[in-house]
Design a protein around this ligand. Structure first.
Ligand code: GLY
Length: 267
């Protein structure tokens, strides 16, 4: 085991398939999604995760699953346990098995038996778990998540106009979330310090906290970068425009294991 990777938080990512151009989008992508550009941007994203202190594990891509790069939707990690989800869109349900195989050496892994959840609806903040009731996550899924997380409190939140809860809310530090009004009622984020993100695009509120204390912000949201700096955080930026066109944000592109986990350099 190498010293440098022995005690680093882990981020699990999944490479972009050629079929990425066929992934699920709310509106047809015009021009069509470009897997080559997405791969370049994904490489930049992985570099930022590593520079920010994550050890990155890659799951092999799957051509039969155009959305598989949005790996966050397939697993919820709480401490040293992982819940493999049943994603809300039927074309995505086959994505979980390979993710489970990658997580199994690191975590105790279990699978949902009823309901649907997309991991993009699960926000861990302030010592609790907020879960969006959305087009992808149903009440039976929330019940399954509540059982999985016990005794950690799970708070259901009605998602308004975004695909996922985290399409418009994400944690910027242990007490603070960025929030766009399209995502949910502000009052539903009880106990958190809520900072509103302005503008038309809710994804401007989607950022990733990195282990070194910096915050990763999409390059096409410079106002968010300024806001995060004004909150006292160092910012890293990365271009992820091709994923935004596929209804995905920064959090969607990784499953993050924040507790200290021993990882061999061969992982
Ligand atoms: N394209 C991401 C999703 O719809 O799940």
């Amino acid at each position: 085991m190498s010293e440098s990777t022995a005690h680093r938080p882990v981020a699990v990512v999944r490479n972009v398939p050629d079929s990425f151009a066929s992934c699920v989008t709310a509106r047809p992508a015009i021009p069509p999604l470009d897997p080559l550009l997405a791969r370049v941007q994904h490489a930049g994203y992985v570099s930022m995760l590593e520079e920010g202190g994550f050890s990155v594990i890659r799951v092999s891509t799957a051509e039969e699953h155009p959305d598989c790069v949005f790996i966050e939707d397939t697993a919820v990690v709480l401490g040293r346990r992982a819940l493999l989800t049943s994603p809300g869109h039927p074309t995505r349900r086959g994505e979980t098995a390979a993710v489970g195989a990658a997580l199994a050496p690191l975590l105790e892994v279990e699978s949902m038996r009823e309901g649907t959840i997309d991991g993009g609806d699960v926000l861990q903040a302030g010592g609790r778990v907020f879960v969006g009731l959305s087009r992808r996550t149903d009440p039976a899924g929330v019940a399954a998540l509540t059982r999985f997380c016990a005794p950690v409190e799970v708070i259901p939140v009605r998602v308004r106009d975004t695909l996922h809860l985290k399409s418009g809310v994400s944690a910027v530090d242990a007490e603070t979330v960025l929030w766009h009004p399209a995502a949910c009622d502000r009052d539903d984020l009880e106990g958190m310090s809520v900072v509103e993100v302005a503008g038309d695009d809710p994804e401007a509120a989607n950022v990733v906290r990195l282990p070194d204390g910096s915050v990763l912000v999409a390059a096409h949201f410079p106002a968010t970068a300024e806001l995060v700096v004004s909150l006292g955080h160092r910012v890293r930026t990365v271009g992820v425009s091709e994923f935004a066109r596929a209804d995905g944000g920064l959090t969607c592109l990784s499953v993050r294991l924040r507790s200290v986990i021993a990882v061999s350099s061969a992982s």
